[in-house]
Design a binder for this molecule. Structure first.
Ligand code: AHR
Length: 839
């Protein structure tokens, strides 16, 4: 039989045939020549493609305990991603495997995927019954629909004969995956058992300082997405919630969003309604109608969890206001009220015109208030219209109007990020094509901006739009890295777009921008680059930038196209179109492609294939993984081909059960970053994600920085980012570590990276210890005399579960040619050896 299989022979048995193997079978003689392979999925659609096998067609054994070899990727999480009635067959002409399944409960959407070996599966295609023929091979190997009992449960599926080696390959593959998963699940809380009896470790660290390689000096940046109220109610300093009266039930499902959300009428006799006739701007159709029967009634805004005021600080109030025909109008008192309704700041404006007029006033807070309200109290009865009611602290970051919350922006600036990614994340590609972040709707006068439903379940005013983003990048000396949708929305979309109402087009990327609308979309992308870089007088979009107050270009050098998308035909066609257009018009701009949401799998493989074929200069990789993944994958980039696309690790974070940010997550990221620095000739940029989260309003944890209206709370992960950024270099030196303990588990928990910063001339050694014991290290920089050098060590340490740790810095002098440093248990240390270093 083995000989026959090697020759690729096929001969009939039971259902007609034995399927040939792709690879030569093992020469095991005590297994059956062929067995029955049964392929199936759970009847409720909640599994992927599974297998069982039988030597005799009677007793069935599940392969790898029901491991899912391919899972459906159609539609949104929760509702879709289902596999019903998979039909598996092999193509007789090329040996490839094919599976067609029903992807939705209604049965209206089908899916197809192919595999060379049943292990690695290619891109999935989604189609309707009418197209089934296109996906089913005429030369399919015979299979038979059967019902069998697997693990005590009846299952419907398809059976065929295969060499036993196929079962063996499937089993080994799944076992390998499960074994790796066990490694990734290793957590510090198990350390007392894992390292029971472990003695402090001794190490010698030899840095080969004469053998350097150039590495990216853009390694650490930040990922800004409006998730967790990162923008409105967060970094964007606006204090009035729903200032534009554009909140809508469509913005989210968990709160009663409406045009009057966060607004109320208090005191006197008055009522609030919302109208849309003759608005300030068509993009901002709703406004408040305040009908005062008797003076005393006020329109009040609650802010975002209240309005935090600081005693003595000035606040800029502004609004658009008019009176209704027949009303007299008059003075409107603008006040800040503390939690007891006491006025702690006041000013007034005059509203007497029936035309929209901008009103402005400055208020000074007379007290610190945690949760104040803003009140507008007309002194005369009548009907008043208000819109774009706004209150900004004058003290914004760099004092910018329409600016950013000073403390939060400063916290970001303190990271000294080399770049800022914006606007996402999923916000960039949106929930359905009508929710793609259209950058043009985020610039210009605030009242003309297009508010957008945030797919994280709330309302985006887009007051912090593209202009403010570019401005912030400039203010903190970071490169802007905008990410635009690749003509497809989020793969998890569950929203119908304007052109498609059927199940196929309403889910995931199958609702990509129709091809006849793509030229306009491509132009939008080109216009974004022109907005950033175009001449202020000679180009349309450069002119708009100048009108916004920035005639000088923003010097945009990067643009991301796509965000962890499914790499399907729908994606490839649209990505290629945008990519070619950008490359042709702006060859100097580095395009960043995308390779899916995981560190492996179909989108990763297909994304890399596409990037390699199109010679995309850089790709964006994402992975949210357990600390154990970082510990056990430090060689992830060592295997990367240096001649292919560079890597932007655009989203990553260590996730523990319960999703804390603690020392364990921070150290696992630090450990991994030492490996990334080693590979920073191929990994050009990285950004932890997500960046910001407002307490009580998080959709995603963990995040780098938590905040409320009054405080900013840094996580241990923040310090990892900060220490790596502040101590980045541009030349990397290989190093050798020798330990007195050879256990794999010990070795993998110690990380070293040595770099030189050309600007200061400093040598920097980063040392990570994820062990529960100290590691005493003798550190030597080969070829460099350290004797008499000044050095500084910054240490982040504590217990793995600590969520509040802070780095501590101390100076020391190096005496002698090397020095001994003891890494505390569970620690990150950065040693900076200064300019007094002798050559
Ligand atoms: O960072 C949070 C989300 O994670 C991003 O929006 C998305 O790209 C990823 O899935």
């Amino acid at each position: 039989m083995n000989r026959l299989v090697r020759l690729g022979f096929v001969f009939g048995l039971m259902t007609g045939a034995v399927l040939p193997l792709q690879a030569e079978t093992d020469k095991v003689t005590n297994v059956p020549d062929s067995v029955s392979l049964f392929s199936y999925a759970r009847a409720d659609g909640q599994s992927g493609l599974r297998f069982a096998w039988s030597p005799d067609g009677k007793q069935w054994l599940s392969v790898a305990d029901g491991y899912d070899y391919v899972k459906c990727d159609f539609g949104p999480w929760g509702r879709e991603k289902k596999m019903f009635a998979p039909h598996l067959w092999q193509n007789t002409s090329d040996g490839s495997w094919h599976c067609v399944w029903t992807a939705t409960r209604s049965g209206k959407v089908l899916a197809h995927a192919a595999s060379p070996d049943l292990l690695k599966w290619g891109a999935q295609s989604y189609f309707t019954e009418a197209d089934r023929q296109k996906y089913e091979s005429a030369s399919a190997f015979p299979t038979k629909a059967v019902q069998v009992t697997v693990d005590g449960k009846q299952a419907d599926g398809w059976m065929q004969r295969v060499p036993y080696a196929v079962v063996e390959q499937l089993t080994r593959y799944a076992e390998h995956k499960k074994y790796r998963q066990q490694l990734y699940d290793e957590r510090a809380e198990q350390d007392p058992v894992r390292f029971a009896g472990l003695k402090p470790v001794t190490a010698s660290v030899e840095v080969h300082a004469s053998d350097g390689k150039a590495i990216s000096d853009h390694l650490i940046g930040i990922f800004f997405e409006d998730i967790n109220y990162a923008a409105d109610g967060g970094l964007y300093a606006e204090l009035v919630q729903n200032r534009d009266f554009e909140y809508s039930p469509k913005d989210g499902s968990h709160q009663r969003w409406n045009s009057d959300y966060a607004w109320s009428v208090a005191g006197g006799e008055g009522s609030l309604s919302v109208a849309t006739d003759a608005p300030i701007h068509e993009n901002n159709p709703h406004y408040a109608v305040l009908d005062i029967k008797q003076a005393g009634a006020a329109l009040q805004n609650d802010g975002f969890d209240g309005i935090a005021l600081k005693k003595g600080e000035k606040y800029d109030f502004s609004c658009f206001a008019r009176i209704a025909a027949g009303s007299k109008g008059g003075k409107v008192e603008v006040s800040l009220l503390d939690e007891n309704g006491k006025t702690v700041g006041t000013a007034s404006v005059k509203v007497t015109s029936t035309k929209w007029k901008t009103q402005k006033a400055v208020l000074v807070a007379k007290a610190d208030v945690a949760a104040a309200k803003l009140a507008l109290r007309p002194e005369e009865a009548g009907t008043y219209h208000f819109d774009m009611v706004s209150l900004f602290p004058q003290h914004t970051f760099k004092g910018r109007k329409n600016g950013l919350r000073a403390d939060l922006a400063q916290t970001l600036a303190d990271l000294h990020p080399r770049f800022v990614r914006f606007p996402g994340g999923c916000v960039a590609h949106g929930d359905g094509i009508d929710n793609i972040y259209d950058w043009k709707g985020s610039i210009g006068p605030l009242e003309a901006r297009k508010p957008l439903r945030n797919l994280w379940g709330y309302h985006q005013t887009r007051g912090l739009g593209y202009f403010e983003y570019f401005q912030f990048c400039e203010d903190i000396g970071a490169e802007p890295v905008p990410v635009v949708a690749a003509g497809v929305p989020c793969q998890n979309s569950g929203t119908c777009s304007h052109h498609s109402k059927d199940e196929l087009g309403c889910n995931g990327q199958q609702g990509g921008i129709p091809m006849d609308e793509m030229p306009a979309y491509v132009q939008d992308v080109l216009d974004l680059i022109e907005y950033a870089n175009g001449d202020a007088r000679k180009t349309e979009w450069g002119r708009k930038r100048a009108e916004a107050g920035h005639p000088e270009p923003f010097h945009l050098k990067y643009i991301g196209i796509g965000n962890e998308d499914l790499i399907t035909e729908v994606f490839e066609e649209r990505f290629t179109m945008i990519y070619n257009a950008v490359r042709e018009k702006y060859p100097e701009v580095t395009v960043i492609g995308t390779v899916g949401p995981f560190y492996e799998g179909t989108d990763y493989d297909e994304g890399w294939k596409l990037a390699t074929r199109l010679e995309v200069p850089m790709v964006d990789e994402h992975y949210y993984v357990a600390p154990g993944w970082f510990i056990h994958n430090q060689d992830y980039y060592d295997r990367y081909d240096r001649h292919k696309s560079k890597v932007y690790l655009g989203e990553y974070a260590a996730h523990l059960p319960g999703r804390p940010s603690n020392l364990e997550t921070a150290l696992s990221e630090a450990l991994y970053l030492t490996a990334v620095e080693r590979n920073a000739d191929v990994v050009t940029m990285t950004s932890y994600a997500p960046l910001l989260a407002k307490e009580g309003h998080t959709q995603w944890r963990p995040d780098l920085i938590y905040f409320n209206n009054g405080e900013v709370k840094l996580t241990p992960d923040y310090y990892t980012q900060q220490l790596f950024r502040q101590n980045a270099g541009n030349e990397y030196f290989a190093s050798t570590i020798r330990l007195d303990n050879q256990q794999d588990a010990v070795r993998k928990r110690i990380g070293v990276s040595a770099v030189k910063d050309a600007v200061t001339g400093d040598y920097i050694v980063k040392l990570v210890n994820m062990l529960p014991v100290e590691v005493t290290s003798q550190v030597k920089l080969d070829g460099i005399s350290l004797d008499g050098s000044k050095a500084q060590k910054t240490v982040l340490t504590g217990r793995p579960a600590d969520e509040h740790v802070c780095p501590v810095t101390e100076s020391f002098d190096i005496q002698g040619e090397d020095f001994v440093y003891t890494l505390p248990a569970y620690s990150l240390t950065v040693i900076r050896i200064g300019q007094t270093l002798k050559k």
